[in-house]
Design a protein around this ligand. Sequence first.
Ligand code: C5P
Length: 308
Amino acid sequence: SADPLAFYPHFRAGADGLTLATPAKLNLFLEIVRKRPDGYHDLESLMVAVELYDTLELRAVPGGAVELRCEPDTLGSGPDNLVHKAAAALRAVAGRPDLGAHIRLTKRIPTQAGMGGGSSDAAAALVGLNEIWKLGLTREQLVAIAASIGSDVAFFLALPAAWCTGRGEITAPEPPPRRALDFVLVLPPVGVSTPAVFKRLVVPVGPVGGDRLRAAFRAGDPAAVGAALFNRLEPAAFGAEPLVGRLRTRLAELHPAPCGALMSGSGSTVFAVCRDRSHALEVAAAFRNSRPADEPESRVLIVRGVAL
Ligand code: C5P
């Protein structure tokens, strides 16, 4: 479709602006195919959006300044915030340094968590600013800008599920399942730096394929999805932050057992796939109740995959 808002499912137009709900993602499969001459890694990943959202409120203002307020402000609303990078890239491509905006970002997706929070905010900023600034850029043009901001940004223009290749920026829509999956998220009190994980990574000689996971996902079969979960970045991330490995093991070995457990992205979030909402409630309660005394407390959330 020509209208980018038509493929961005979570927005509300108000009297003087636009509000977008920006979803988090989980990687149900992530394999590294090769290290590239430019230092990045070619990968293959199934990414799915989940019902955990930041909120991005956008209002066009005259005067050419882009102001970002972030709540809570622990993340920082400075120039490193990917929302600023999205706004700057959009103005540069459009050749319109005169465009200004007031932006309010309410964070709920944790940072350094492997859930793409910053990337999702940036993608929504591209869609939303294109709209309020009346630039008329197509989805394809926004996708090209997205890839220049970060490897995961383009996925959030391919919601709710996509098979991602290249650095992660080449997306093919994945048919959504007949029934949305139910997840338990474990959010450790520590984050993990993505470059640190890639530095520790041992690139596999024989990469594994994602066909089994993709078939299970399409069928909406939680048991089969749980059995086919895979993330090549786990050993590197567990080496960088041993707590993440401990949490992943404890989640996988719980009673009642989830269908499967995995780390998302480069961590630190680990998640369990459950049969349904009531199974997820049981798994979450069992996880909270079996925490060893020497293990720092994590946030535990129950979320459902986004279905269109
Ligand atoms: O693209 P992005 O800025 O999100 O990537 C952050 C870092 O993660 C890169 O600088 C690189 O070290 C690593 N990375 C990688 N291969 C990818 C994606 C990220 O090596 N496909």
